[in-house]
Design a protein around this ligand. Sequence first.
Ligand code: SF4
Length: 250
Amino acid sequence: VFGSIFNFQRYSIHDGPGIRSTVFLSGCPLRCAWCCNPEAFTAGERFSYQVETREILAWLREDRPYFRNSDGGVTLSGGEPLVQLDFAISILRGCRKTGIGTALETCGEVDWDRFQAVDGFVDHYLFDIKHTVNHLHKRYTGQGNQRIFENLGMLSRAGKQIYLRVPLIPGCNLSRSFAEGVGRLARKISAREVHLLPYHRLGELKYRSLKVSYPFAGRKDLLSYDYGRSAIRKFSEQVRQYFPRVVSGG
Ligand code: SF4
């Protein structure tokens, strides 16, 4: 199967358990204002390239010693990997056949039948949570969160291993009410861990080269490292009131 990716990253320790190789698939149904991967927005255009499943599986086979010694494996990320469903299934199925562990990072904004289609091929779900308030989710990502939470609930009831991934964006979701919402949610769905992902603006240059305007351009307040560090520590403590396993950085 051919598919479109915009990056392949080896030796990742922040994309699931152990040492992982992360495949970034193009295409995403959301448009998060802070997105650091704007090249993910569309599949099959500039900044992404076509590869065949067998090429990716060959790359992953080279990494098997790292996976074996760390309980790692492949992580499909993006973008939203379930946008290219057949491609995602073919990679995951190939990994299953060769004993490579699998994780899927998802924004959750896809039909449930796409999750069902990969059922049985995914060991861990890294499920992004951007806002618990529907209209604010829509303001910052372009879509409401109803389907996202429905899918999360169904994965949880199916007993899946779920890591909640929470980007922390000053002025958008870095608040006590969101922290408490994340903690309660993690407890309710019996999450493995909550990963807090501090905002960074490493993607800003990409917007310029794509000639797309960066929604946070000019937000000087986002640059203060000290502000970020203390606010994230506070957010983490607020989540821990409800759920203990919180990791900063994923
Ligand atoms: S879900 Fe991820 S890839 Fe998609 S727009 Fe949001 S941050 Fe970017």
